[in-house]
Design a protein around this ligand. Structure first.
Ligand code: SF4
Length: 250
């Protein structure tokens, strides 16, 4: 059927609607973004590191949250920042004292790394953490996730993140097959392509909260979930649970 300029055939309209970005259908992407942000507005957690945009505070919270539950991190986060209120004061403290303050969080490599990041920031950047990904990644102890968290939570950039919660959510909703450990490049791409422009901060906080409180590892709240109409894992069953346990090592 001939078309006049400005008009589109049904197949052209369908093609436009299903434009894909990083293998993701555009309408599906929008639906996920909208529902996630709406969910976050209602159920997002009130956490102390969401009341600051100080890169140092964000760094401390992110390092503490690695392999540690939020409830255990909150009091230690306050105590640590009372004791070392700036990167300069942290850099000037003996590592042994920093480790004592860190106790009983465990994984003592973390306070050591934090201390070395503080020293390096003093030497190379005059005490201010940089915002560029390449510079952040050049620090020992700052990996791709932490760099993304600092960029989005402290510098308001649309930088992707991928931690255990984000992996679980993205894998369940969009992939449902395969081992997430070997699908990291695809999951990073998904994480990046899903961020609505200019909303990296909220989107990243939202997806982490969603994984921590709704799409949990063992007992996700599928019935109340805003994604259930298009989630590839819905309804979550024993097979899905075993898959999660396998890749999350639970
Ligand atoms: S429907 Fe269930 S498995 Fe899917 S995202 Fe929601 S909570 Fe997670």
């Amino acid at each position: 059927m001939p078309t006049t300029p400005g008009s589109r055939t049904t197949s052209q309209r369908k093609k436009k609607r299903s434009t894909k970005s990083h293998g993701l259908d555009t309408s599906q992407k929008r639906r996920f973004q909208t529902r996630l942000l709406r969910w976050y507005k209602k159920f997002g957690r009130d956490l102390p590191w969401r009341k600051t945009s100080d890169p140092y505070h964000i760094l401390v919270s992110e390092v503490m949250l690695q392999q540690t539950q939020v409830d255990r991190v909150i009091p230690k986060y306050h105590e640590f920042l009372d004791r070392y209120p700036s990167l300069e004061e942290l850099a000037g403290a003996p590592v042994s004292d920093v480790k004592k303050t860190w106790y009983p969080l465990g994984y003592n490599i973390r306070p050591e790394r934090l201390h070395s990041i503080a020293c390096e920031t003093m030497e190379r950047y005059g005490g201010r953490l940089p915002s560029a990904a390449a510079e952040l990644l050049s620090f020992k102890g700052i990996g791709r996730y932490t760099a993304g968290a600092i960029r989005s939570f402290a510098f308001n950039e649309d930088a992707p993140i991928l931690d255990t919660n984000v992996i679980r959510v993205l894998h369940r909703v969009f992939l449902a097959k395969g081992d997430p450990k070997t699908q990291k490049p695809q999951l990073w791409q998904l994480s990046e392509s899903l961020i609505p422009r200019g909303k990296g901060y909220d989107f990243n906080q939202a997806i982490m909260d969603f994984g921590a409180t709704c799409c949990t590892a063992r007992t996700p709240s599928c019935r109340q979930c805003p994604m259930k109409s298009f989630c590839k894992t819905y309804p979550f069953d024993l097979k899905s649970r075993r898959a999660t346990e396998r890749y999350e090592g639970r």
